[in-house]
Design a protein around this ligand. Sequence first.
Ligand code: URA
Length: 211
Amino acid sequence: MHNQVILIEHPLIQHKLTLLRKVETDTAKFRVLLKEISLLLAYEVTRDLPVKYEQIQTPLSLMKAPMLAPDKKLVIVSIQRAGQGILEGMLELMPSARVGHIGLYRDPKTLIAVEYYFKVPDDVEQRDVLIVDPMLATGNTAVAAVERLKSTNPLSIKFVCLLAAPEGIEHFTDVHPDVPIYTAAIDEYLDEKGYIIPGLGDAGDRLFGTK
Ligand code: URA
């Protein structure tokens, strides 16, 4: 496996991901599972956040206790529309993270990513960015999103997804060898329409019940 890819194989994530993949999982259950998985992904992705020690008083004693370093600020950038599902879970764990949105859709004929919306916090240059999208399929959307984010000069960028196709990983790592990919699974291949096989279907449609 490419050393830029961090495969998160925690049993709780794997179990919930299996439930998420099942065709019989309805929209309500899909939303809950995606939120739960995202919360667990956030836990793994933020492992390297620095802490600072501050003096506190417990009921019994004074102690120096770790707190997240206040100068280490995050922004979660959701790729519309399916990224919204991951964003919500992550915000539950990190309620003060700032949020950005990038609107990119895949042209169904060419599979090329087309941007229609972009908004990130003004101080993104002082922030670490987590770009979230459940599926890394062809990689076109993820590559375009990272390119766009790089133009805003954040401190760092990580890409977080649930499922990645080998083709998407190859494309992404070719163009952005400096950006780590966090994923809960690497599936087998892409079909001719750009869907991940075995995958979970269209993440946006399953999340929003649009099909
Ligand atoms: N986007 C999806 O929602 N599903 C796929 O399988 C590929 C891209």
